[in-house]
Design a protein. Sequence first.
Length: 220
Amino acid sequence: SVVDLTGEIYTGMWNYEPPFPDVTVRPLPAVPWVETQVYCDIFDGLHSQTGTYLETPAHLLGDASYPLGAVGVEQLVYRRVSVLQLDGFSIDAPNRAPITRAALAACNVPIQPGDAVLVSCNWGKNWKDERYLSASPYFTADAIDWVLEQKPFLLGSDVPRWENLDRPEGFFPTFYAADILLLAPCINLEKLPVHGFLTALPLRVDTTCCAPCRAVFTDE
Protein backbone atom coordinates (compact mmCIF):
# COMPACT_ATOMS: atom_id res chain seq x y z
CA SER A 1 0.00 0.00 0.00
CA VAL A 2 0.98 3.64 -0.51
CA VAL A 3 0.15 6.52 1.87
CA ASP A 4 0.71 10.13 0.81
CA LEU A 5 2.35 12.09 3.63
CA THR A 6 2.35 15.41 1.76
CA GLY A 7 0.20 18.35 2.84
CA GLU A 8 -1.76 20.25 0.21
CA ILE A 9 -0.53 23.59 -1.15
CA TYR A 10 -3.34 26.05 -1.88
CA THR A 11 -4.23 29.74 -1.78
CA GLY A 12 -4.57 30.99 1.77
CA MET A 13 -2.94 27.92 3.33
CA TRP A 14 -1.24 28.07 6.73
CA ASN A 15 2.16 29.73 6.61
CA TYR A 16 4.98 30.89 8.84
CA GLU A 17 4.88 34.53 9.84
CA PRO A 18 6.55 37.36 7.82
CA PRO A 19 9.00 37.67 6.21
CA PHE A 20 7.69 34.38 4.78
CA PRO A 21 5.36 35.35 1.90
CA ASP A 22 1.75 34.25 1.65
CA VAL A 23 1.08 31.50 -0.86
CA THR A 24 -1.30 32.17 -3.75
CA VAL A 25 -2.06 29.86 -6.67
CA ARG A 26 -3.42 31.85 -9.62
CA PRO A 27 -4.03 31.19 -13.32
CA LEU A 28 -1.41 32.13 -15.86
CA PRO A 29 -2.67 34.90 -18.17
CA ALA A 30 -3.36 34.13 -21.81
CA VAL A 31 -0.22 33.17 -23.72
CA PRO A 32 -0.01 35.35 -26.85
CA TRP A 33 2.58 33.26 -28.69
CA VAL A 34 0.48 30.10 -29.04
CA GLU A 35 -2.63 29.73 -31.21
CA THR A 36 -4.73 27.72 -28.75
CA GLN A 37 -5.78 28.43 -25.20
CA VAL A 38 -3.52 26.78 -22.64
CA TYR A 39 -3.87 26.38 -18.90
CA CYS A 40 -1.15 26.81 -16.32
CA ASP A 41 -0.75 28.33 -12.85
CA ILE A 42 1.60 30.73 -11.12
CA PHE A 43 2.60 29.89 -7.56
CA ASP A 44 3.12 33.25 -5.89
CA GLY A 45 4.89 33.13 -2.53
CA LEU A 46 6.27 29.61 -2.92
CA HIS A 47 9.33 29.31 -0.65
CA SER A 48 11.68 26.71 0.82
CA GLN A 49 9.34 25.85 3.68
CA THR A 50 6.04 25.80 1.85
CA GLY A 51 3.90 22.84 2.88
CA THR A 52 5.78 19.60 3.46
CA TYR A 53 9.52 20.19 3.00
CA LEU A 54 12.87 18.45 3.34
CA GLU A 55 15.72 20.32 5.01
CA THR A 56 19.46 19.90 5.61
CA PRO A 57 21.53 21.30 8.50
CA ALA A 58 22.39 24.26 6.25
CA HIS A 59 19.10 25.80 7.42
CA LEU A 60 20.95 26.71 10.61
CA LEU A 61 24.62 26.27 9.69
CA GLY A 62 24.62 27.98 6.29
CA ASP A 63 27.74 27.47 4.19
CA ALA A 64 29.33 25.43 6.97
CA SER A 65 26.94 22.65 5.97
CA TYR A 66 25.67 21.39 2.59
CA PRO A 67 22.74 22.24 0.32
CA LEU A 68 19.83 19.94 -0.41
CA GLY A 69 21.23 19.20 -3.85
CA ALA A 70 24.18 17.41 -2.25
CA VAL A 71 21.87 14.71 -0.86
CA GLY A 72 21.85 11.91 -3.42
CA VAL A 73 18.40 10.87 -4.60
CA GLU A 74 19.33 7.25 -3.85
CA GLN A 75 19.36 8.20 -0.14
CA LEU A 76 15.79 9.46 -0.31
CA VAL A 77 14.04 6.53 -1.99
CA TYR A 78 12.74 3.53 -0.01
CA ARG A 79 14.47 4.57 3.19
CA ARG A 80 13.55 2.24 6.08
CA VAL A 81 11.23 4.11 8.42
CA SER A 82 10.22 3.69 12.05
CA VAL A 83 6.98 5.38 13.12
CA LEU A 84 6.25 6.55 16.66
CA GLN A 85 2.55 7.06 17.38
CA LEU A 86 1.80 9.49 20.21
CA ASP A 87 -1.61 10.17 21.78
CA GLY A 88 -3.21 12.93 23.78
CA PHE A 89 -2.69 16.00 21.59
CA SER A 90 -5.68 18.27 20.95
CA ILE A 91 -5.90 21.48 18.97
CA ASP A 92 -8.42 22.66 21.58
CA ALA A 93 -5.88 22.48 24.43
CA PRO A 94 -5.27 25.87 26.13
CA ASN A 95 -1.48 25.69 25.63
CA ARG A 96 0.97 24.08 23.25
CA ALA A 97 1.84 20.58 24.44
CA PRO A 98 5.36 19.11 24.67
CA ILE A 99 6.60 16.00 22.87
CA THR A 100 8.71 14.38 25.58
CA ARG A 101 11.52 11.86 25.77
CA ALA A 102 9.35 9.58 27.89
CA ALA A 103 6.56 9.59 25.31
CA LEU A 104 8.92 8.67 22.48
CA ALA A 105 10.64 5.93 24.45
CA ALA A 106 7.30 4.48 25.58
CA CYS A 107 6.41 3.66 21.97
CA ASN A 108 8.89 0.76 22.22
CA VAL A 109 9.58 0.87 18.49
CA PRO A 110 12.85 -0.77 17.41
CA ILE A 111 14.90 1.84 15.52
CA GLN A 112 17.96 0.97 13.48
CA PRO A 113 20.80 3.45 12.83
CA GLY A 114 20.12 5.14 9.51
CA ASP A 115 16.33 4.87 9.75
CA ALA A 116 13.97 7.68 8.99
CA VAL A 117 12.03 8.32 12.20
CA LEU A 118 8.53 9.77 11.93
CA VAL A 119 6.76 11.14 15.02
CA SER A 120 2.98 11.26 14.77
CA CYS A 121 0.87 13.45 17.04
CA ASN A 122 -2.23 12.90 14.88
CA TRP A 123 -1.78 16.54 13.91
CA GLY A 124 -2.00 16.29 10.14
CA LYS A 125 -5.80 16.20 10.34
CA ASN A 126 -5.59 19.88 11.41
CA TRP A 127 -3.80 21.02 8.21
CA LYS A 128 -6.63 23.42 7.25
CA ASP A 129 -7.48 24.60 10.76
CA GLU A 130 -6.52 28.22 11.45
CA ARG A 131 -4.85 27.05 14.70
CA TYR A 132 -2.72 24.43 12.96
CA LEU A 133 0.52 26.39 13.46
CA SER A 134 -0.22 28.40 16.61
CA ALA A 135 -1.41 25.38 18.63
CA SER A 136 1.23 22.95 17.34
CA PRO A 137 2.91 20.55 19.78
CA TYR A 138 6.64 21.11 20.21
CA PHE A 139 9.67 18.91 20.96
CA THR A 140 11.51 19.13 24.25
CA ALA A 141 15.31 19.11 24.22
CA ASP A 142 15.26 15.73 25.99
CA ALA A 143 13.04 14.31 23.26
CA ILE A 144 15.47 15.45 20.56
CA ASP A 145 18.38 14.01 22.57
CA TRP A 146 16.56 10.66 22.64
CA VAL A 147 16.10 10.78 18.87
CA LEU A 148 19.78 11.56 18.35
CA GLU A 149 20.72 8.55 20.47
CA GLN A 150 18.98 6.35 17.88
CA LYS A 151 21.31 7.72 15.14
CA PRO A 152 18.64 8.25 12.46
CA PHE A 153 19.18 9.56 8.95
CA LEU A 154 16.10 11.76 9.14
CA LEU A 155 13.54 12.95 11.65
CA GLY A 156 10.06 13.86 10.47
CA SER A 157 6.79 14.78 12.13
CA ASP A 158 3.28 16.01 11.47
CA VAL A 159 3.74 19.14 13.60
CA PRO A 160 4.74 22.41 11.88
CA ARG A 161 6.57 24.20 14.71
CA TRP A 162 9.10 22.05 16.56
CA GLU A 163 10.42 24.74 18.88
CA ASN A 164 8.64 26.49 21.76
CA LEU A 165 9.18 30.11 20.77
CA ASP A 166 7.90 31.45 24.11
CA ARG A 167 10.36 29.37 26.14
CA PRO A 168 12.85 27.94 23.64
CA GLU A 169 14.20 24.46 24.22
CA GLY A 170 17.27 25.38 22.18
CA PHE A 171 17.88 21.96 20.61
CA PHE A 172 18.39 22.91 16.97
CA PRO A 173 22.18 23.49 17.14
CA THR A 174 22.63 20.02 18.64
CA PHE A 175 20.16 18.49 16.20
CA TYR A 176 21.85 19.86 13.11
CA ALA A 177 25.35 19.20 14.42
CA ALA A 178 24.35 15.52 14.31
CA ASP A 179 23.90 15.84 10.51
CA ILE A 180 20.26 14.78 10.34
CA LEU A 181 17.68 15.75 7.73
CA LEU A 182 14.34 17.23 8.76
CA LEU A 183 11.02 16.36 7.09
CA ALA A 184 7.95 18.32 8.11
CA PRO A 185 5.15 18.87 8.46
CA CYS A 186 3.50 15.68 7.19
CA ILE A 187 -0.05 14.40 7.09
CA ASN A 188 -1.52 10.91 7.52
CA LEU A 189 1.20 9.69 9.88
CA GLU A 190 -1.49 8.33 12.19
CA LYS A 191 -2.42 5.84 9.44
CA LEU A 192 1.02 4.22 9.30
CA PRO A 193 2.22 0.93 10.76
CA VAL A 194 5.37 0.81 12.86
CA HIS A 195 7.73 0.06 9.98
CA GLY A 196 7.86 0.51 6.23
CA PHE A 197 9.68 2.64 3.70
CA LEU A 198 9.80 6.38 3.08
CA THR A 199 10.43 8.18 -0.19
CA ALA A 200 10.79 11.97 0.08
CA LEU A 201 11.76 13.77 -3.12
CA PRO A 202 12.25 17.57 -2.93
CA LEU A 203 12.12 20.02 -5.80
CA ARG A 204 15.53 20.04 -7.43
CA VAL A 205 16.74 23.46 -6.35
CA ASP A 206 20.31 22.38 -5.73
CA THR A 207 21.58 25.53 -3.99
CA THR A 208 18.90 25.77 -1.30
CA CYS A 209 18.98 24.26 2.19
CA CYS A 210 15.37 23.08 1.97
CA ALA A 211 12.55 22.71 -0.52
CA PRO A 212 8.97 21.47 -0.77
CA CYS A 213 8.83 17.73 -1.41
CA ARG A 214 6.46 14.86 -2.11
CA ALA A 215 6.69 12.32 0.68
CA VAL A 216 5.10 8.87 0.51
CA PHE A 217 5.09 5.77 2.70
CA THR A 218 5.07 2.26 1.28
CA ASP A 219 4.93 -1.01 3.16
CA GLU A 220 7.14 -2.91 0.73
